[in-house]
Design a binder for this molecule. Structure first.
Ligand code: NAP
Ligand code: GCO
Length: 266
């Protein structure tokens, strides 16, 4: 075995859903540094354009597609186009996601369904779309972006926790069903990452003091700080590369230690 190439992604085609900024972008730039061809999608043209500008500024020759990942026809069309224009997808990162912070008794069934649709049904739709070609090619890597809420609950995020808990089990089931075809499906469970999704939880108060949730997260994280999207790059490269060929159905928590910690005494 050539250990110097274990983490190489040279020539691999990687599709990152919702990859125009935030965690998806952090993962894609790490993949590109390891030699992968980057393909991403986002729900709006303006997000794809913004993403393409950022990749270009970072010297990455990425390809972007507009695609609503909850729409099976759109996903299937996009996968066909990528196969024709770039090549068979070797690595899929199911990163696109939404959250609604609403107390459960005030949440409508439609709002609950929408979160489940983007955070759980869409990873099923995207995985289903890429698996047949991965089987033909003889290998594939699927990485599902899970959450602390795959393990823990908190007020106002019932739909998100239900979806991300479900995504953890979808990860294990894809492993169970497709490991025989040399497909590895693992999850990454990020802790609290400074992205637009969590910006409302970090917004300073009117008097300039820290948002109480910001203080809470710093006290709950042994490192005492929010993490950055870039810090997910290394773990994602590991799960996308040959270095993890024997790791399957695993959720790798990249949380600065949150799940190991009872929290700082106030
Ligand atoms: P994010 O705001 O959740 O953005 C993800 C991207 O997905 C956005 O560009 C978003 O577009 C796009 N998207 C939403 N619905 C889509 C759809 N139906 N089809 C295609 N794209 C869609 O950013 P993030 O914080 O970087 O989160 C990325 C992933 O990590 C999510 O799955 C999230 O749940 C998960 N996560 C985040 C954290 C954190 O602390 N930030 C922690 C754990 C897990 P819009 O901008 O239009 O919504
Ligand atoms: C929240 C947050 C979380 C994080 C993340 C934690 O409101 O508690 O948005 O759900 O985004 O998924 O791992």
């Amino acid at each position: 075995m050539d250990f110097s190439k274990l983490f190489s992604l040279e020539g691999k085609v990687a599709l990152i859903t919702g990859g125009s900024y935030g965690i998806g972008y952090g993962i894609a730039t790490a993949f590109a540094a390891q030699g992968a061809k980057i393909v991403f999608c986002d729900i709006k043209q303006e997000l794809v354009d913004k993403g393409l500008e950022s990749y270009k500024a970072d010297g990455i020759d990425a390809k972007g597609y507009v695609c609503d990942v909850t729409n099976e026809d759109m996903v299937n069309d996009m996968v066909k186009k990528i196969e024709a224009e770039v090549g068979v997808i070797d690595i899929l990162v199911n990163n696109a996601g939404i959250i609604k912070r609403i107390p459960m008794h005030e949440m409508s069934a439609a709002e609950f369904r929408q979160v489940i649709d983007v955070d759980l049904n869409a990873p099923f739709i995207c995985a289903k779309a890429v698996i047949p070609s991965m089987i033909k090619k003889g290998h594939g890597k699927i990485i599902n972006i899970c959450s602390m809420m795959s393990e823990l609950g908190r007020e106002t995020v019932s739909a998100y926790a239900a979806a991300k808990g479900g995504l953890k089990m979808l990860t294990r089931n894809i492993c169970a069903e497709y490991a025989q075809y040399n497909i590895q499906c693992n999850g990454i469970g990020p802790g609290y990452i400074a992205t637009p999704q969590t910006a409302p939880l970090r917004e300073p108060q009117e008097d300039g003091s820290k948002h109480p949730f910001d203080s809470f997260i710093c006290a709950r994280t042994p490192a005492g700080r929010w993490l950055n999207p870039d810090e997910l790059g290394g773990p994602a490269v590991f799960l996308a590369s040959d270095a993890s060929n024997a790791v399957n159905g695993h959720i790798l928590y990249v949380d600065g230690g949150i799940l190991a910690y009872i929290g700082k005494q106030p």
